[in-house]
Each structure stands twice: as structure tokens, then as C-alpha cells.
Design a protein around this ligand. Structure first.
Ligand SMILES: C[S@@+](CC[C@H](N)C(=O)[O-])C[C@H]1O[C@@H](n2cnc3c(N)ncnc32)[C@H](O)[C@@H]1O
Length: 187
């Protein structure tokens, strides 16, 4: 089954079984004091919990995902709440067709989607002094072989190393939950 079909099935089930609005990432929400509006990019946005948080804090958001089911839901939420969220259905593995301009976003957010080919792109599309927030699974002995496949996991401290020349405002590895989080600012 391809990724689009897989995620559409998951989201159809989730929206049917549990019709509650998605929550934003807690650690992103804890950083709202840094937000001063502008342009935001939510990569692999899913049902858009993070996009809505950003739009509610004066960002004009571009939300992108492969799942048309998720994107339709985000669009409906944006219309209902009258929030500035532009949505786009796109397969991020086909990066060549993305037309983001260098230094065009004040913040980029990626949660629970890992494609290392995005790192150089993220670094160039964020404006000087702009922010990057990312959280996803990383390789821990505790979680080895359980749940998420290792191919979708970061190495220990990987984001800290990848963004070592940025100002790192927050970095956390939670061994029990097997997640790594970074919030950093471009020099
Ligand atoms: C674990 S979900 C995370 C969603 C959201 N960021 C969150 O934290 O709730 C992974 C997301 O990646 C999207 N995705 C998977 N493969 C993709 C691809 N090739 N291009 C774009 N989005 C993709 C899925 O549709 C799904 O919404």
C-alpha cells in the first residue's frame, strides 16, 4: 500500500472513531512566547493541530501533507475558525517540484515525520532569526524493535548535531517516550 492510501485510511478511521479536534504538540505550545507572527510552514501537517496553533498566533501558515483526507480536514477547520492556513497536498519525497523560496518562513515545524533530505531545505527556507521546531522518534534501547520502524527514527542527539550552529533554545530527549525535540533559531 502506498503512503497516501495508508495515511488516508488512518485519518478516515481517526475522524470517524474519534471526531475530536487534534491538539497541537505540547512542547511547541510551550514555546508560544517566542512567536511574533509572520509566515509559517507545517511540513507533514496531518490533521493540522500545529497549523491551527500557529495561525492563532498570527502566522500565515502553509500546511502540507500527502493525505488529501487530512488536508481537507485542515481546510475545513481553517474556514470554520477563519484562520489563514493555505493547504497543499504534496508528496514530500518529490522535493524537486517544491517552490519554496529561500528565507521565506519565520518558522518551520515538523512533527513525527522524518526525511533527512528536508534538513538542507529547512535551513535555507527559514529567514535569519527564524525558528525551527522538530519532534519525532529517536533510537533508544528501550523502544528498540517496538512500534515505529527504525528507519523513521533519529539517531541519539541527531537534531542537536544537525543544528549545532543555530541557537538551540530547547532540546530534549525523552527516553521513555522515545522522542527527540528541538526548538532552535537560525543565526
Ligand atoms: C505521524 S503523522 C504526523 C502528523 C502531524 N505532523 C502530527 O504530528 O500530528 C505523519 C504525517 O506525514 C504524512 N506523510 C507521510 N508521507 C508523506 C509524504 N511522502 N509526503 C507528505 N506527507 C507525508 C502523513 O500523511 C501524516 O500526516
Amino acid at each position: 500500500m502506498d503512503d497516501k492510501t495508508k495515511w488516508n485510511e488512518k485519518y478516515n478511521k481517526r475522524l470517524n472513531d474519534e471526531p475530536v479536534e487534534p491538539e497541537p504538540n505540547r512542547r511547541l505550545k510551550d514555546r508560544v512566547s517566542f512567536f511574533s507572527g509572520g509566515t509559517a510552514l507545517d511540513i507533514a501537517c496531518g490533521l493540522g493541530g500545529n497549523s491551527i496553533l500557529l495561525a492563532e498566533h498570527n502566522f500565515h501558515v502553509q500546511a502540507i501533507d500527502i493525505s488529501d483526507v487530512a488536508i481537507k480536514y485542515v481546510q475545513e477547520q481553517a474556514e470554520k475558525k477563519q484562520l489563514p492556513i493555505d493547504t497543499r497536498i504534496y508528496d514530500l519525497t518529490k522535493l524537486n517540484k517544491l517552490n519554496w523560496k529561500d528565507q521565506s518562513f519565520d518558522i518551520v515545524v515538523i512533527t513525527y515525520y522524518l526525511d533527512r533530505a528536508l534538513f538542507p531545505i529547512v535551513k535555507s527556507v527559514i529567514k535569519e532569526n527564524g525558528y525551527f521546531f522538530m519532534e519525532t522518534y529517536y533510537l533508544t534501547p528501550e523502544k528498540e524493535g517496538k512500534g515505529v520502524s527504525n528507519q523513521y527514527k533519529l539517531q541519539p542527539k541527531e537534531l542537536q548535531t544537525e543544528f549545532a550552529d543555530w541557537t538551540i533554545h530547547y532540546f530534549e530527549e525523552n527516553e521513555q517516550e522515545g522522542r527527540q525535540t528541538i526548538f532552535c533559531q537560525k543565526p
